[in-house]
Write a protein that binds this ligand. Structure first.
Ligand code: UDP
Length: 238
């Protein structure tokens, strides 16, 4: 296996769409609970866990602006969508007795903690799961970039990107039977071949900070826990 058997601290990035189940929109509580259980299995190993959840199940800035909305306003709406997802995940994790903090890049003190790096680090040391919400707090970015930024700030050893497919392929495996799966690939190859692992700014930031990205499927039989142990199918970008 190309993954070390144990990690001390990791970032789990999931898209908002991963939380909507088969509904096509919004939150599907049983799906949120299933992902929370995956997180718990890794938390039980003593691994410190950071999370970033996207907002695409509710709102994406680009979609809003394509319909005539001002781009920055649409992006703030997208960031607010990630806060709702983060709260849903917090609720599901706390139902499993996992202490969780939602930490927002946009201040909303009644709802979530403000982002203060040292405070977040302290939460992690106390084995609280930290969900970083509201992206980077800036329009024109994505939650992939937010995940890479927070993973760098929190000194995570890797970013685990949970998706619908079990890694990176040279073309869409859901459309092409002959799509080739990569076990390992470099940041530069991802950028040069325009592989849709993460957006280019997130890949560039990960490359600069030597943060490996492990792309795996949230439906992998062995789960997040198995992937962390180097089992199952995934792609390592490094
Ligand atoms: N967003 C933003 N700045 C950030 C992170 C997110 O403006 O730092 C907005 C952007 O409009 C984006 C939306 O929030 O479309 C939802 O995030 P994303 O598309 O990354 O969610 P995902 O595709 O992972 O569900």
């Amino acid at each position: 296996p190309v993954l070390p058997a144990t990690y001390r601290r990791v970032m789990l990035k999931i898209s908002g769409e991963a939380l909507m189940g088969d509904q096509g929109y919004g939150l599907h509580p049983p799906t949120v609970a299933r992902i929370a259980a995956e997180v718990k299995s890794v938390h039980d190993l003593g691994v410190e866990i950071c999370m970033v959840i996207g907002g695409g199940n509710v709102f994406r800035g680009l979609q809003g602006s394509a319909q005539g909305m001002e781009r920055t306003t649409a992006d703030y709406m997208g960031m607010l969508a990630t806060v709702m997802n983060a709260l849903a995940m917090q609720s599901a994790l706390e139902a499993l007795d996992i202490h969780t903090r939602v930490i927002s890049a946009i201040r909303m003190d009644e709802v979530a903690e403000p982002y203060i790096r040292r405070r977040a680090v302290r939460h992690l040391e106390k084995k609280r799961v930290c969900i970083f919400a509201a992206g980077t707090g800036n329009p024109y970015f994505t939650t992939d970039t937010a995940a890479t930024l927070r993973a760098s700030e929190m000194a995570c050893e890797a970013i685990f990107k949970g998706t619908k497919v079990d890694g990176v392929y040279d073309k869409d495996p859901q459309k092409h039977d002959d799509a080739k799966h990569y076990e390992r690939i470099t940041y530069d190859e991802v950028l040069q071949q325009h592989l849709g692992v993460m957006d280019a700014s997130a890949i560039a930031l990960a490359r600069e900070n030597h943060l490996p990205i492990i792309v795996f499927s949230l439906d992998e039989p062995g789960g997040f826990c198995g992937i962390l142990r180097g089992e199952g199918t995934y792609t390592r970008v490094s």
